[in-house]
Design a protein around this ligand. Structure first.
Ligand SMILES: NC(=O)c1ccc[n+]([C@@H]2O[C@H](COP(=O)([O-])OP(=O)(O)OC[C@H]3O[C@@H](n4cnc5c(N)ncnc54)[C@H](OP(=O)(O)O)[C@@H]3O)[C@@H](O)[C@H]2O)c1
Length: 296
């Protein structure tokens, strides 16, 4: 295993996804030369625009472990974006990523975990707990980006809510410290380009906590139309989400997250994200206005 002393390549997995792509953009915006950035993707054709700007594309799939170590070769800094899909598959995928990163001898592995992964009651936190343990056991220099809740998770449904006048969920009066996905990406780029990051754990949240009724009110203000929040039982919310053809595991995670929000599991404001950004986090009102404008 070789480990370079100088900063070599910045390698970003999940680079055709929302967070990975935004992190590549944030690295470029911070002045990292495109030729020092490698985007790890399953479908290179979906990242042709990045390639056109000089970013290297490396094809790999968490489900095909043999593709991973070559994609991580010469990575001095690796952003490992957690996978999507059912938990059983994700644990195997994440183990494969960590094994490949170890084999490649990456200089620093940054993992996108979840807020308070060690104690979080969210169902989806279990995969992150296991992955954090696997990373620790690997002995790789690593940093944990424990991401809080994206505003987009709920705001994505707002154009429909504006049409119907109703935003539904199961979060009751619970509040979450939402932040824009681009904020988490910018923070990831800051950590990747920073020094002395190994061993750090960032608990990343927005600066203020909001209820889903608050998000509905923001949507109403931005659209100039009435939008109210209607709280559904978890059973009814499950039926509602199922009617859009979402897979069962995804519905379970989304409903569980709302129920946990109702209990305060994502309400904590830590200040870590604003500190990394060097500015306040993006308020939900701005993200919502952007989403509604794009949908108009
Ligand atoms: N904190 C939050 O609020 C929150 C919300 C949603 C998700 N997440 C987690 O954070 C991660 C990043 O969020 P996001 O918004 O960027 O999600 P996203 O847009 O769904 O992107 C997920 C990325 O993971 C890649 N991926 C999935 N399975 C893979 C596999 N087998 N091999 C290689 N790559 C694979 C996808 O590749 P393709 O483009 O080829 O599909 C995509 O690039 C998610 O994957 C999820 O674990 C967090």
């Amino acid at each position: 295993m070789t480990r370079k002393k100088d900063v070599g390549m910045f390698v970003v997995t999940g680079a055709t996804g929302g967070l990975g792509r935004a992190t590549v953009e944030a690295l470029l915006a911070r002045g990292v030369p495109a030729e020092r950035i490698a985007a790890v993707v399953r479908k290179p054709e979906r990242a042709a625009d990045l390639a056109a700007r000089g970013v290297q594309l490396r094809q790999a799939d968490y489900d095909r472990p043999e593709t991973l170590a070559p994609a991580f070769a010469d990575a001095e800094r690796l952003l490992f974006v957690s996978s999507t899909g059912p938990d059983e598959a994700r644990v195997a995928q994440h183990r494969a990523v960590v094994a490949a990163a170890t084999e490649a001898g990456v200089g620093l592995l940054a993992y996108t975990s979840v807020l308070a992964a060690d104690t979080s009651p969210l169902v989806l936190a279990e995969v992150h707990r296991i992955t954090e343990r696997v990373i620790a056991e690997s002995g790789l220099p690593s940093v944990l980006l424990r991401n809080g809740w994206y505003t987009e998770n709920h705001a994505a449904g707002l154009p429909r809510a504006v049409e119907s006048g109703v935003l539904v969920g199961s979060a009751g009066k619970g509040r979450a410290a939402f932040a824009a996905r681009a904020d988490f990406a910018e923070a990831a780029a800051t950590v990747l380009t920073g020094e002395d990051q190994a061993g750090k754990v960032y608990e990343l949240t927005g600066d203020t906590a909001h209820s889903l009724a608050d998000l509905a009110a923001e949507a109403s203000a931005a659209a100039g139309r009435p939008v109210r929040y209607e709280d559904l039982t978890p059973e009814r919310y499950t039926e509602f989400l199922g009617s859009f053809g979402l897979p069962d595991f995804a519905v379970e995670l989304v409903v569980d997250a709302d129920v946990r929000i109702s209990e305060g599991a994502l309400e904590t404001v830590t200040g870590d994200l604003a500190e990394l950004l060097g500015r306040p986090t993006t308020p939900p009102s701005a993200t919502i206005a952007g989403i509604l404008a794009a949908a108009a």
